[in-house]
Design a protein around this ligand. Structure first.
Ligand SMILES: [Zn+2]
Length: 221
């Protein structure tokens, strides 16, 4: 199912790019040691949403205001780093930033980009032109992770016009590998691709352009 017409899974419910969020007390209380060593997960999350709003796109996260906003994103210190994709039209849809999720800013930006409606770059239909997926090296137990490498229908997806190995939404070379030291699950076909694949430093230039194409600037009135 696609929400939001031409904006796919994007947040248009409160106006394009306006996203109510609620931060759990537990998330707020987490220490700098549970963040990146000098800042708490809460501080890092707040910094990330300010960065997107001011420098990347017209995306405004605003505090959940109870009954007036039935749908909102629930930011919590979960067991892992994960987010539900786009506006799912439900209350308390999850954005979990647990252990090590706020260590690198790019990991936070990755999860927020899911919230904004974006899938993983390596699930694009044109991925085989840039990378090789080695499904035989992907974990099948205790959890079968092979579906994480499925190609996603274009009906569901907002993507940049070109495949972006440097996207913050691209998996790294050994994601969900049965042997992270010797078996790759994704290999870039060029050195240029391999050099940037899986980076979690910042949005790539193409990520920024893709976000801007979807949410502006120019910002909606
Ligand atoms: Zn992801």
């Amino acid at each position: 199912m696609v929400y939001g017409g031409t904006y796919g899974y994007g947040w248009i419910y409160y106006g394009l790019g306006r996203i109510p969020y609620y931060v759990t007390p537990d998330f707020k209380q987490r220490t700098a040691a549970e963040g990146n060593g000098s800042h708490t997960p809460y501080e890092i999350f707040m910094d990330a949403i300010a960065y997107i709003k001011n420098e990347v796109a017209c995306v405004d996260f605003f505090p959940f205001e109870g009954a007036t906003t039935p749908y909102y994103v629930l930011v919590d210190y979960g067991a892992s780093c994960q987010a539900e994709i786009g506006c799912r039209m439900k209350s308390g849809q999850k954005l979990d930033l647990g252990p090590y999720c706020t260590f690198k800013r790019g990991t936070v930006l990755h999860e927020i980009m899911h919230v904004l409606g974006f899938y993983h770059e390596h699930t694009r239909q044109d991925r085989d032109s840039e990378v090789t997926v080695h499904l035989e090296n992907v974990e099948t137990s205790p959890n079968d992770r092979r579906s994480n490498f499925d190609v996603v229908s274009t009906d569901f997806v907002d993507h940049s016009p070109v495949y972006d190995c440097g996207s913050v939404m691209h998996y790294t070379h050994n994601a969900y590998s049965t042997d992270k030291f010797s078996l790759d699950t994704i290999t870039g076909k060029t050195t240029a691709c391999r050099n940037v694949m899986g980076q979690r430093v910042d949005f790539s230039p193409i990520d920024k352009a893709t976000l801007a194409a979807k949410y502006g600037p120019p910002c909606p009135a």
